[in-house]
Design a protein around this ligand. Structure first.
Ligand SMILES: Nc1ncnc2c1ncn2[C@@H]1O[C@H](COP(=O)(O)OP(=O)(O)OP(=O)(O)O)[C@@H](O)[C@H]1O
Ligand SMILES: [Mg+2]
Length: 547
């Protein structure tokens, strides 16, 4: 007989803490909830520049107090969104993102208390305060009776309390408003401090830096409003994205910039423009994203995907991805693109790699390992950016943090194999393009060099000069003369063929041949050896000037 295996309820109590990789990931969950509720706008406010609070407002369908109570009573991790009848949400044809019933509580990672105010059509607005107990982990481990209690209705069952909630007076709201507001007033100091640190470069004078170095760190001083404004990203998101691309990493501009950048990367918002990626590879995605009519703002900045490759018009190789298959009975369907900025590192570094989106929302951020690509591409891996939109499948391969994948899951393995095949193909085109281009420019340089050489030789000899350079059978060593010169009444012919066998790079071969040609012609000029040397030296200088 097979023996059953149980999950201990304590495991679940730990889930609400430390679930996500960054604050942006926790906020991403609230944005996803707004999306699922059919909101057209999610507005996030951080109280910059003091960063003392955080609010997330959406204008979606909201909840009634009964629904909220059912949610709290029904237990975390019990989402009702994945009812088979509700696979496609009705609003703007958006796919449903929620599935586990843990997203909302991810906010517990950045605070211990938050308020929820919500109103749905046809029901009264409600307001509650939720407190998540910070010490719950130790209490659970110690079987503290205040958090671990026997279920009064079912003595075989135990409940774990991770916090409490209570009703608050409802603030005055517009009569026809529906939506949800999540308000955090006591953010963890770490969060606030790291955001304020964004403004530090401006407010730290040399003396303060000295103090910091010697470990005598004082209170972080708040900047003046003008200073704060200057260190904040501009209100134009396009401008902010351009400024991020001026640095090696968004990190160098501080945590607040990074927070915005990560949110913009993860959210189902449109691109800055439809040609944000060359060769029109996101054009169709842009129309789809626009059709969802979903806007996210942070402190009045309208976020758009932080991809804007437009430094140069040429020098990009792109490939469109499109793959559909069945993995152990589960359909996997995806599309996307890969884009290589040839010979030029992408900035910021956060853009390097591949971002996987499931149902339009980013799972983690750009993966610079290119899904663990074994082929070492050296600095070339810094030229590549790409996005994969997974339309079906891969959800079970996602870890519970929704920031990473189980890399051994068969659906992930399938995706990986497909992407690696495409990467290989893309890079082989890129290499041949680069090779072709460098052969072309070497050819151009060689032509210029031949012109310079014949000019200098004509000046030196006072005769017309003809340069010849034939393919000759390969020789093991170059025997003097490396260059041969024939002079007649009509002019001189300089044969540079042997110089092709000088064991050196093509550019060096050409220079060696030119110097030898000057030497040979100079031999027939002056009367004394010192005169010949001076003539040779003078013509060498004019050659090098133009080379
Ligand atoms: N902004 C919102 N507007 C309307 N309803 C909401 C909102 N946020 C949460 N809810 C309700 O609360 C429930 C719990 O949200 P939560 O994010 O925890 O879980 P989920 O979205 O169902 O699943 P997941 O854990 O995958 O996000 C939702 O199913 C929804 O009914
Ligand atoms: Mg959710």
């Amino acid at each position: 007989m097979a023996n059953p295996i149980k999950v201990h309820e304590k495991a679940l109590a730990h889930l609400s803490k430390g679930l996500y990789r960054s604050p942006a990931s926790a906020i991403r969950e609230l944005i996803s909830n707004g999306w699922d509720a059919g909101a057209t706008k999610v507005d996030i406010f951080t109280n910059a520049p003091t960063f003392t609070g955080l609010t997330v407002h959406d204008n979606g369908s909201g909840m009634s107090e009964e629904q909220f109570r059912a949610l709290m009573d029904g237990g975390i991790g019990n989402s009702s969104k994945r009812d088979p009848l509700r696979q496609k949400s009705s609003a703007y044809n958006r796919p449903v993102l929620g599935r586990l019933g843990i997203g909302l509580l991810g906010i517990a990672q950045i605070c211990t208390r938050f308020k929820v105010i919500s109103k749905s059509a046809g029901s009264k607005a409600f307001a509650v305060e939720v407190r998540i107990e910070d010490i719950v982990r130790e209490q659970v481990d110690a079987n503290d009776p205040t958090v671990v209690q026997t279920d009064p209705n079912d003595p075989s069952q135990r409940n774990i309390f991770i916090g409490t909630w209570e009703s608050l007076p409802v603030p005055k709201l517009d009569a026809d408003w529906t939506g949800t507001q999540v308000i955090v007033t006591n953010l963890h100091p770490g969060f606030t401090q790291s955001f304020i640190a964004t403004l530090r470069p401006l407010i730290t004078n040399a003396e303060e830096q000295d103090q910091e170095m010697s470990g005598r760190v004082g209170q972080t001083a708040f900047p003046s409003p003008e200073q704060a404004q200057a260190a904040m990203p501009p209100l134009s998101w396009e401008k902010a994205v351009e400024l991020s691309a001026e640095k090696e990493s968004v990190m160098m501009r501080g945590d607040y910039w990074r927070f915005l950048w990560e949110l913009a990367a993860a959210c189902p918002v449109p691109y800055i423009r439809e040609n944000a990626v060359p060769n029109g590879v996101v054009k169709d995605d842009q129309s789809r994203l626009e059709s969802y009519q979903f806007t996210v703002t942070v402190d009045n900045r309208v976020l758009r995907k932080p991809v804007l490759l437009k430094k140069r018009t040429k020098g990009y190789s792109t490939v469109r991805l499109s793959h559909e298959t069945i993995v152990r009975g589960v359909p996997l369907r995806l599309h996307g693109y890969l884009c290589v900025q040839e010979g030029n590192q992408l900035r910021p570094a956060e853009l390097r790699g591949i971002l996987i989106r499931i149902k339009e929302i980013g799972v983690g951020y750009y993966d610079p390992s290119l899904l663990d690509w074994q082929t070492n591409q050296g600095p070339r891996s810094r030229w590549i950016t790409g996005e994969i939109f997974v339309e079906a499948g891969l959800e079970d391969a996602m870890n519970v943090d929704r920031d990473s994948f189980n890399r051994y899951h068969p659906e992930y393995k399938e995706l990986q194999a497909y992407v690696h095949k495409e990467l290989k193909r893309l890079f082989s085109t890129v290499y041949s393009k680069i090779q072709h281009r460098s052969a072309e420019s070497a050819e151009k340089r060689a032509t210029v060099h031949r012109e310079v050489l014949s000019d200098v030789l004509e000046e030196l000899s006072g005769k017309t000069v003809k340069l010849v350079s034939r393919e000759t059978p390969k020789r093991d060593s170059v025997i003097a003369p490396m260059v041969s010169v024939q002079s007649s009444s009509r002019g001189i012919t300089v044969d540079l063929s042997s110089a092709r066998h000088v064991p050196a790079k093509a550019a060096v071969q050409n220079l060696a041949a030119a110097i030898m040609a000057l030497y040979e012609v100079a031999q027939s000029q002056g009367k004394t050896s010192s005169e010949r040397r001076d003539i040779f030296a003078a013509s060498l200088l004019s050659l090098l000037k133009e080379w």
